[in-house]
Unconditional design. Structure first.
Length: 143
């Protein structure tokens, strides 16, 4: 399985879509717990509409997002707390089910996990893939 990742920090919606299209991505899997953004073009419905207009599917998997304590730790650059909180999140039944769905979706067509954080090394999407898709070929995109 090959799966892309992308963060929209510092990008516009057109830049994000251009990066996705250039990589051949056909589906975005939004892994934000709260798919709202103060950044124009990245709240769930507006993003989904922009992607659809570009011919890219959109799926939101809320249970694969980071819970509040983890988001707080990420903002404070407390990696140990983020990892602990997120590992617990991935043990929840709804996260287990959505992780299986994510794998199925990514196997079905070229897909990219989406979150805010531009740098995949400090984003929960990397923790997610290391935990539930160890066999995946991961390609990080930058908009």
């Amino acid at each position: 399985m090959k799966i892309f990742t992308i963060g929209y920090q510092g990008a516009t919606q057109p830049e994000l879509i251009a990066a996705l299209k250039a990589a051949g991505v056909e589906r975005v899997i939004d892994v934000r717990a709260v798919p709202l953004s103060r950044k124009a073009g990245f709240s769930k419905n507006i993003l989904a509409n922009g992607l659809r207009e570009a011919g890219i599917d959109y799926v939101h998997l809320r249970a694969l997002g980071t819970p509040p304590e983890g988001r707080y730790a990420a903002r404070k650059n407390d990696r140990a707390v983020l990892e602990r909180v997120y590992a617990h999140q991935l043990e929840l039944p709804e996260a287990i089910a959505e992780a299986a769905m994510m794998r199925d979706l990514a196997t079905e067509k070229p897909s990219a996990l989406l979150c805010f954080e531009r740098d995949p090394a400090i984003c929960h999407r990397t923790l997610l893939l290391k935990s539930v898709a160890k066999d995946a070929q991961v390609i990080d995109l930058f908009a």
